[in-house]
Design a binder for this molecule. Structure first.
Ligand SMILES: [Mg+2]
Length: 266
């Protein structure tokens, strides 16, 4: 696995436990507003141009590889002779990124208020992740950005929810899995990683809404809390509340994120 460049120039950030692993898209900001549609369109166009296929086939490959491997890139790299780094760069470059970003009010304050270490773990490339974090003004709050380029091993591209990748990344960061709290919008990632003994928070506030028959957005079906989710939250605000309440109990148990302290449910 490659070493994130951020590790060489780690900012001065308070350490300790817990160790928050934050997903990026639809967790720290609302990628489903404009960025995801643009990435999907760019990926489809890239596949059309690179593989000389029709749009329907390109969309089929894009969605199929995401479902099968966790990221379109992994399927493209495995099955087609194209340049993965060029693909990542082309489909994640947005000259007007700032206008595409939507996020919670006070996101920097909310993340900064959380005790412990903070790391970003994203299947996106590093340049895009850092550009988004910079627009959100929260890049300095994270000691590392573990992006998809850093998840590679000698032979293969890897991505969430790969177990070996996460174990290696946490070993390299000197993090014990029992101290990790993963905050994610993607349920399959939470499900796979819960098996490693880490704690899981499912954030749902940025998930796309399904249009109701009368035009009013409604919540996606199946957003009840699954067994592999320790807490469901809609907003990062709830993380702080949950951590505070647990801190009061902290002398007896180190559970900054537990079912009993869950203030929110969808
Ligand atoms: Mg996400």
């Amino acid at each position: 696995m490659r070493t994130p460049t951020s590790r060489r120039r780690r900012p001065h950030i308070a350490g300790g436990r817990p160790v928050w692993l934050f997903d990026l898209d639809n967790t720290l900001h609302r990628a489903s507003h404009a960025i995801f549609p643009a990435i999907n369109q760019a990926m489809t166009q890239y596949i059309i141009d690179a593989l000389q296929v029709e749009m329907d086939e390109a969309n089929r490959l894009r969605t199929g590889y995401t479902q099968r491997y966790g990221a379109t890139l992994l399927g493209l790299a495995r099955h087609h002779p194209l340049d993965p780094n060029d693909f990542l760069k082309v489909v994640h470059t947005f000259p007007d990124l700032g206008s595409m970003i939507r996020h919670e009010r006070g996101v920097a304050r909310l993340v900064a208020a959380l005790p412990g270490r903070k790391i970003v773990l994203t299947n996106a490339p590093e340049s895009y992740a850092r550009a988004v974090l910079a627009k959100l003004r929260i890049e300095r709050l994270f000691e590392q950005v573990i992006a998809i380029e850093h998840m590679r091993d000698r032979r293969n591209w890897r991505a969430k929810p790969d177990h070996a990748m996460l174990r290696k990344a946490m070993r390299d960061a000197h993090v014990s899995l029992k101290d990790v709290i993963l905050v994610e919008d993607t349920r399959s990632h939470l499900k796979h990683y819960r098996r490693l003994g880490i704690r899981t928070v499912w954030i749902t506030g940025h998930l796309p809404r399904k249009p109701h028959a009368d035009g009013v957005p409604t919540r996606l079906p199946g957003t009840g809390r699954p067994h592999y989710v320790d807490r469901t939250i809609r907003s990062l605000k709830s993380l702080r509340l949950g951590t505070r309440s647990v801190r009061l109990k902290g002398q007896q148990g180190r559970q900054p994120c537990s079912r009993s302290t869950s203030p929110t449910k969808p």
